[in-house]
Ligand binder design. Structure first.
Ligand code: MN
Length: 490
């Protein structure tokens, strides 16, 4: 890897970019790491270059790329963070400092896990770009993991799979997530990896490619007739996600429909839906396999139309239809929004909702462990989408109830809720909500306090803390966690 490759890649995405300072950062990093080698025997600067290159691939902004080049300077060389700041300014120094803090993990075992997770959340809430640099850094460490002793290989692969990969997913950086996951998968489950790799890469590859050209030609012709500009390619799901699907749903390789998917990229949203219509008129759609993530994006912002149809020879085939913009968002996540933003809008705009939630959690949690448990429940769990009667979308953790919904809308609505109408039918407040439910909260206006027994069935941290905070016995409410048998105590 050379600095010229990095500069070339930056110019590819952004021809106007001033890359002088990128070259200077490279000279500085090279001087600082002079004579150092990686365990693999390579000059250390290669690690810095690879990290920075990955960041250019996800279209990170210039300060992030520079921080990628400099990320190990304070930690591993005689130069300090002050030196970085003096030469490259405060913004870059702050990013580098964030990475340095992340790498200082004191504990082992479970504590280590908790600490890494907490530090990662802290880093994300201070500046999302720190997480991106960490992913790029970790990706290169994974690619050179063979040089490490086996024990360390296992530890790093597990930690990455459990902490970094899910967070990369939450931030929507698919391009890094799948690479990270597949390498970890190879180290943690080598046998399964080999088996799947064989089926996937070797077996029937020619036949499969023929099938895809066939389906592509048919669709291309129809889309051209309808004046829809498009590019169609096919892609194979990455190995770890296939493994997960087989594992979770106890299915065989052949039973997984979306092992291979066709991806259709078109000009605008209206063409997405037109294309969907054409696909469904060509081939019969499979039952319940259509998902409209354009109308209802995933919590990490992912947008696309997904459908599975019975293609030629009745073979189940998945299509993902999206615009070019959606395509880039899906690959690069938040990084894709970064380029042309000024400092001010970066903080809030496009910051997924769960990050704000984590910030809130952090302020309220009484201990680190408390925070981590809660963060895992609120963030790492699958979410559902429900609606207010006006059509506002609220996303909640699975098994949330009308009370969680009420508090997510407004604290007053939560405090005054006395009943719920779910999809037009009266339902008890503890009924678990399902995706797509429409919920109307019945309020009792003169009511002042929430009911402490709601603590037994509410799922969100927000609802739980508001109930305790506003309860008639709010002082007792705070004690609820410590009194055996107290309402809300599990
Ligand atoms: Mn590093």
């Amino acid at each position: 890897m050379t600095i010229d490759q990095i500069i070339h890649k930056i110019k590819e995405h952004n021809p106007e970019a001033d890359t002088t300072i990128v070259s200077l950062a490279y000279d500085f990093a090279k001087m600082a790491h002079k004579g150092q080698k990686r365990l693999s025997g390579e000059p250390y600067i290669q690690h810095c270059l690879h990290t920075a290159y990955t960041l250019t691939q996800i279209k990170a902004d210039i300060p992030t790329i520079i921080a990628g080049l400099l990320h190990d300077v304070p930690e591993d060389t005689t130069y300090t963070l002050k030196d970085v700041e003096k030469n490259f300014g405060k913004e870059i120094a702050t990013l580098v400092c964030g990475i340095t803090k992340l790498s200082k993990i004191k504990y082992r075992g479970v504590d280590r896990y908790v600490e890494s997770l907490r530090k990662m959340f802290l880093a994300i809430t201070s500046d999302l770009r720190i997480a991106l640099i960490k992913f790029a850094d970790r990706l290169h460490n994974l690619k050179t993991l063979d040089a490490q002793p086996p024990e360390k290989q296992q530890r790093i692969a597990k930690e990455t799979l459990e902490i970094y990969a899910p967070i990369a997913g939450l931030l929507g950086v698919e391009h890094l997530k799948w690479q990270i996951e597949d390498i970890c998968f190879k180290y943690i489950y080598p046998e399964e990896y080999k088996k799947l790799e064989y089926r996937y890469e070797v077996e029937k590859k020619i036949e499969r490619n023929q099938y895809f050209s066939r389906i592509k030609n048919i669709l291309m012709k129809e889309l051209q007739n309808a004046n829809i500009d498009c590019t169609i390619n096919h892609r194979f799901k990455h190995l770890y996600s296939i493994y997960q699907k087989m594992h979770e749903k106890d299915r065989q390789f052949n039973e997984i429909y979306d092992v291979f998917a066709m991806r259709v990229v078109v000009k605008d949203i209206s063409d997405c839906y037109k294309t969907l219509g054409i696909i469904h008129s060509l081939w019969k759609p499979a039952h319940k396999r259509f998902k409209d993530y354009i109308g209802l994006p995933k919590p990490n912002g992912y947008r696309s139309l997904h459908t599975t149809v019975f293609g030629p020879d009745g073979r189940p085939t998945e299509f993902q239809i999206r615009t070019k913009e959606m395509y880039e968002e899906a690959l690069y996540g938040i990084a894709a929004h970064w380029q042309y933003k000024t400092e001010g809008d970066r903080r809030n705009e496009h910051q997924p909702k769960w990050i704000t939630e984590i910030l809130e959690l952090q302020k309220e949690a009484s201990s680190t462990l408390d925070f981590i448990t809660q963060a895992k429940i609120d963030v790492f769990r699958d979410r559902i989408f429900v609606f207010s009667p006006k059509g506002d979308v609220i996303d909640l953790p699975i098994d949330s109830t009308s009370v969680d919904f009420a508090y997510a809308v407004h604290t007053d609505i939560g405090n005054q809720c006395s009943g719920a109408i779910i999809n037009g039918k009266i339902a008890s407040l503890n009924t678990p909500l399902k995706n797509g439910d429409v919920i109307e909260i019945i309020r009792e206006k003169q009511r002042k306090y929430p009911n402490l027994s709601w603590l037994k069935f509410t799922k969100t941290h927000r609802a739980q803390s508001k109930i305790k905070q506003h309860s008639r016995y709010s002082k007792l409410g705070a004690l609820a966690n410590y009194i055996p048998g107290f309402p809300g105590k599990n």
